[in-house]
Write a protein that binds this ligand. Structure first.
Ligand SMILES: C[S@@+](CC[C@H](N)C(=O)[O-])C[C@H]1O[C@@H](n2cnc3c(N)ncnc32)[C@H](O)[C@@H]1O
Length: 266
């Protein structure tokens, strides 16, 4: 298992981008990928317990993509989500799950109240100087903080080429996949040097070309672009669709990911 390479914590991104998903919650829920079973097996390995015995807090839960998988495996989950649109979509699709409007920098829970705190693609939106001590406070001694991201797998050449086209279109620093390749620093920043365990879990999913393009469009780098870029973006997605049809003539795209998972026991 590769050790986690701690990177320097970055300042939390601005609130506009952090909360941009809320205006596109339905698109997000329909098009974003889930997570492979290996992620949830790794959580059981890290905690040493079946998920069905754990009380979990899923922070930055969004529309509930990770929440649903935790609940399906029997965990007692409370979802935390700051965005109104995302929280509403979560409540609609998982009405049995308690959803708290809050954020990772100030968790609305008593100390020592959870066995597991999860952040699926959301830790980077927090200020880790606050979210790490908050996770430690809310976890019971021996509890586990788990952070993970679906990362575009650049071992598939078409994925790397598409990422390069997106970066050219949006400007150099604005890809949609934050960690573009295996081996680049994890976004699991702000953790102590000793203790975190990293895992890289490759997987893929097959989706329609429409869903694939919607998935790209649901990333914050596109969501925060103003009306002045709408025509250029429309052209970009039309060209991207035509290009991908040559590669996937039956209209089914195999998206390739690596889940970058970090767990740390407190
Ligand atoms: C990329 S989405 C991930 C959603 C979901 N966990 C998933 O796996 O699809 C990031 C989520 O983090 C939320 N978020 C933004 N700032 C946050 C913060 N400071 N603390 C917790 N969540 C935050 C956003 O509203 C958004 O729903």
């Amino acid at each position: 298992m590769p050790p986690v390479q701690p990177a320097t914590p970055s300042p939390a991104p601005g609130p506009v981008r952090a909360l941009s998903f809320s205006g596109a919650a339905a698109l997000y829920a329909a098009a974003r990928p889930g997570y492979p079973p290996e992620v949830f097996a790794a959580l059981e390995e890290a905690t040493g317990r079946a998920l069905s015995t754990l009380s979990a807090v899923d922070v930055g839960a969004g529309t509930g993509i990770a929440t649903r998988e935790l609940v399906r495996r029997g965990a007692r989950v409370t979802a935390v989500e700051p965005g109104a649109g995302m929280a509403a979509e979560l409540r609609r699709s998982l009405p049995e799950v308690p959803v708290v409007r809050g954020d990772g920098n100030r968790l609305p829970f008593a100390g020592g109240s959870a066995d597991l705190v999860t952040y699926a693609q959301s830790w980077h939106w927090t200020d880790q100087a606050r979210s790490w001590p908050e996770a430690v406070r809310v976890l019971r001694p021996g509890g586990v903080l788990a952070l993970w991201w679906n990362v575009a797998d650049h071992q598939a050449p078409w994925v790397a080429e598409q990422d390069a086209r997106i970066r050219r279109h949006l400007g150099a620093d604005h890809g949609v996949h934050a960690t573009p390749a295996r081996g680049t620093p994890s976004r699991a920043v702000g953790l102590p040097e000793q203790g975190p365990v990293g895992r890289l879990l490759p997987w893929s999913r097959r989706v329609s070309l429409r869903t694939h393009l919607d998935n790209l469009a649901s990333h914050s780098a596109f969501l925060v672009r103003g009306e002045e870029h709408a025509e250029a973006d429309r052209r970009f997605f039309a060209e991207e669709g035509a290009r991908l049809l040559e590669l996937f003539p039956d209209g089914t795209v195999e998206e390739r990911y690596v889940v970058d998972l970090t767990t740390v026991t407190v």
